[in-house]
Design a protein around this ligand. Structure first.
Ligand code: IFM
Length: 449
């Protein structure tokens, strides 16, 4: 594979999924602490109290990053570590942890890509309505401005939010994620406030005067109709509106997709969208982060009550999440964004797969993950050859971790974690990625020429 010389390769994680130490050094409660400690919400009643104990083992984890040979590491900051109640006085000890982490990364020549929000909202803000409350967007802006002030000389790549679709529709609509609310209208409202807070944070970044680039990470799916039938095509269009365009359009075009506005307004008026909000949401960003895992195939059969669309059952091989392996979808998605939206640098901020890995005789033979990654790398390379401005690629995830409502039952890492001992073992996929990066480095350095 032939990627541009300045292409950025990395791996990604998030705070609640790996850090643990949820009650240490003044960290406040987050909605995921509350949710995971509520019976029936997470498989096996598991939680992130200890997770990968990264809070204490970050140096060991940076050594792993170094061993793999990545250029960059994407991680998130836990808002309640900095502001235990979401606002007010800064908790210096929380900030110090991220300073130590970032300094160590830089000493090792690894560039941090920092996500400001990967779902761990301070519980105290949820008590006031969370993302359904417009005020949360302004609290986020203050939190973001503080982070830029203190870390903005060390970090040059930022994303405001990770996957606002999950934070809103899984958290407030389906209730499968924290805070566990099941109300479609609340989810639409939450999505708007998340997007608004994104724009406000971008403004705060520009006002901070710090050098660097800022964007947002969206989880996007390639949506296809199950057949050529007009009704299936309509279903695919609606799903695309719900999952992709509802987030892409306001950020990149400054408008919500009209078909979805009409659909959602049938239930209740969208009167929480104020004049000027869309200008804020669409303030120019420097790049768009895309998380891609699988495709969605839509039918008019067996429709859900809100969108009126049904999903075709997987017909292709699936990962342990039940998600179809479909690298072509990544190519389709990247080329479609280039075609339909204004030119913008793209990064794949997450891509990877869960498989039921086993550690045997010190090895994890996860060849299915190697195949998955290789096929997706190839799809990305094809898109670049066709002119897509893709600038980097982050594998999800550095290590096995707390997979939200699935607890520790799904392993996404290229590093295996024994959650009883916290021992880390580089899987075959980690070794494959390391040699992919080493070969690339050798060829860039001209060793093969
Ligand atoms: O683990 C998650 C991550 O937190 C967000 N994107 C999808 C991953 C796999 O489900």
């Amino acid at each position: 594979m032939n990627f541009p010389q300045d292409f950025v390769w990395g791996v990604a994680t998030s705070s609640y999924q790996i850090e643990g130490a949820t009650r240490e050094d003044g960290r406040g409660e987050s909605i995921w602490d509350r949710f995971s400690h509520t019976p029936g919400k997470v498989m096996g009643m598991e939680n992130g109290d200890v997770a990968c104990d990264h809070y204490h083992r970050y140096e060991e984890d940076i050594a792993l990053l170094k061993q793999i040979g990545v250029d960059s590491y994407r991680f998130s900051i836990a808002w309640p570590r900095l502001f235990p109640t979401g606002e007010g006085e800064l908790n210096g000890k929380g900030l110090d942890f991220y300073k130590r982490l970032i300094e160590k990364l830089l000493q090792n020549g690894i560039q941090p890509l920092v996500t400001l929000y990967h779902w761990d909202l301070p519980q105290k803000l949820q008590d006031k309505g969370g993302w359904v409350n417009r005020d949360t967007a302004y609290r986020f802006q203050e939190y973001a401005a503080t982070v830029f002030r203190h870390l903005g000389d060390l970090v040059t790549m930022w994303t405001t939010h990770n996957e606002p679709w999950c934070a809103s529709f899984l958290g407030y609509g389906k209730g499968e994620h924290a805070p566990g609310i099941q109300d479609h209208y609340a989810a639409v409202q939450a999505s708007h406030h998340l997007l608004l807070s994104h724009g406000l944070a971008v403004q705060a970044f520009r006002e901070s005067g710090k050098n660097g680039r800022i964007g947002i990470t969206l989880n996007l799916s390639a949506a296809y109709p199950a057949t050529d039938d007009e009704e299936d095509q309509k279903a695919a269009r609606i799903w695309d509106g719900y999952f992709n365009r509802w987030f892409l359009d306001p950020v990149l075009k400054g408008e919500y997709p009209q078909d979805m506005v009409e659909l959602y307004s049938r239930y209740q008026p969208l009167d929480f969208i104020f004049d000027g909000d869309l200008e804020t949401i669409s303030v120019p960003i420097d790049f768009l982060g895309i998380n891609y895992y699988s495709r969605s195939v839509l039918t008019a059969e067996d429709p859900d009550p809100i969108l009126g669309v049904g999903h075709q059952k997987p017909v292709l091989p699936t990962t342990d999440m039940g998600w179809e392996v479909y690298p072509e979808g990544l190519y389709d998605l990247l080329t479609r964004i280039k075609r339909e939206y204004k030119p913008i640098d793209l990064y794949i901020t997450e891509n990877g797969a869960a498989y039921p890995d086993e550690l045997k005789d010190g090895e994890v033979e996860d060849w299915d993950r190697v195949d998955y990654l290789k096929a997706h790398f190839e799809a990305a390379e094809r898109a670049i050859r066709e002119g897509v401005p893709l600038k980097g690629y982050y594998v999800w995830s550095l290590m096995d971790n707390f997979e939200w409502a699935y607890g520790y039952s799904k392993r996404f890492g290229i590093v295996y974690v024994d959650f009883r001992t916290q021992e880390r073992t580089l899987k075959k996929s980690g070794k494959w990625f390391a040699s992919f990066l080493a070969n690339r480095k050798r060829s860039i350095d001209g060793v093969y020429e």
